[in-house]
Design a protein around this ligand. Structure first.
Ligand SMILES: Cc1ncc(COP(=O)(O)O)c(C=O)c1O
Length: 371
């Protein structure tokens, strides 16, 4: 690895700029420290020990994960206070019970009475209780009990009153910030979500449920938080550690903050159709973001007139947005640098991340995989 430059690496390759990762992590840590809110960074974007260490400021405490494989991986590597922030699948209750018994703090998330019932049928050993977060849906339309439905408060009450179970908190993921355009729009959704959850916390208090925490978060809302978010207990963003073309488009970040790229090389010239081929297909980039950027599936850095038009598994078709390709500028073997649309999806396509400082490879990170 010594003296290896990213430009020497075989392509396609996923590269991570260490300085930018550290800056993104620090900015988020400081932002919420100043607001008096606990940051619980989500690991789903990278799934590596090294990045988890950076995001937690070295503490290896207080993280969120989206798969049980991640939970087990981080537990094995000395992390604790892990929230499995996914509606607990019933086939995974036993393994979650074991993690709850092994770790100081392991949290699960539910949005149904069926899941609560399953937890109750598996009491934890060693005087432990299930730490449960109730997932609410605040207009995102994915998992969670709709916040305004009476069923939400009733389920909170059931969890609160269950033996062997603690209602640790209320979890809302404002994924609807992904349809935002610009800072003001992001802030409007962040405000709405915050207002909904704080109102729900008030309703819980009035019903005798004082003590549970509140957590919202997504990279857009946590990149541009509103003042009322200072009343939350926690936030749980994840993608900000890398950022990507999608976050630039939404208005969460600037190009200078995007820490990851996929490097690819030109492998063919096809003047009859005004195209060239690169060695990165969807297996190196993912298909996320098709139709979302004027430049196709990615931004081709330094070449605003190029578009990554389509991909098969290992091939990418590139064409100019207007005019004819000047093939002399892109000889076979030339390297192009792709800014991924969705860094989480792109990172998932790679078994190794090459970490660099100013173009010099300084480390290799191996993410965990599986469910
Ligand atoms: C449940 C949940 N929590 C937190 C996050 C982190 O949000 P983001 O990726 O916007 O940082 C995600 C991302 O998809 C999520 O699904």
């Amino acid at each position: 690895m010594e003296d290896t430059l990213v430009s020497d690496l075989c392509t396609p390759v996923f590269i991570v700029d260490l300085q930018k990762v550290k800056q993104n992590a620090q900015a988020m840590l400081e932002r919420f420290q100043q607001m008096g809110v606990q940051l619980r960074p989500h690991m789903k974007t990278h799934k590596t020990v090294e990045c988890g260490e950076i995001m937690t400021g070295g503490s290896r405490r207080c993280i969120a994960v989206s798969t049980l494989a991640e939970a087990a991986f981080y537990a094995e590597h000395g992390f604790d206070d892990i929230l499995y922030a996914y509606p607990i699948p019933l086939d995974k209750v036993e393994r979650c019970a074991q993690l709850s018994e092994e770790l100081v703090l392991f949290h699960v998330l539910i949005d149904s009475r069926v899941a609560l019932q399953q937890l109750r049928t598996r009491p934890l050993k060693g005087g432990k209780v299930w730490r449960v977060w109730l997932k609410l849906d605040c207009d995102n339309g994915r998992a969670g009990v709709p916040h305004s439905e009476p069923a939400a408060l009733l389920l909170a009450q059931d969890i609160f009153q269950s033996e062997g179970v603690e209602l640790t908190g209320i979890y809302v993921h404002c994924g609807n910030t992904y349809s935002c355009s610009g800072e003001e729009h992001i802030k409007a959704i962040a405000q709405k979500t915050t207002t909904f959850i704080l109102h729900f916390m008030e309703k819980m208090k009035a019903a005798g449920m004082d003590g549970p925490k509140s957590s919202i978060g997504s990279t857009p809302s946590c990149s541009h938080p509103v003042q009322d978010m200072a009343q939350l207990s926690e936030v749980h963003p994840g993608n900000y550690i890398f950022y990507d073309a999608q976050q630039m488009k939404i208005g969460s970040c600037k190009l200078e903050q995007v820490a990851v790229r996929v490097l690819t090389r030109v492998i063919g010239h096809y003047p009859s159709r005004n195209q060239l081929l690169v060695d990165c297909g969807w297996a190196g980039l993912s298909h996320d973001g098709g139709g979302c950027l004027p430049t196709g599936y990615a931004i081709i850095e330094g070449h605003p007139n190029l578009r990554l038009l389509s991909m098969t598994q290992e091939h990418g078709r590139v064409e100019p947005i207007s005019g004819n390709l000047d093939y002399k500028k892109f000889p076979i073997g030339a390297m192009l640098c792709l800014i991924p649309y969705h860094a989480c999806a792109t990172a998932m396509m790679h078994a190794i991340f090459f970490v660099h400082s100013e173009g010099k490879v300084v480390d290799k990170w191996t993410p965990t995989r599986g469910w």
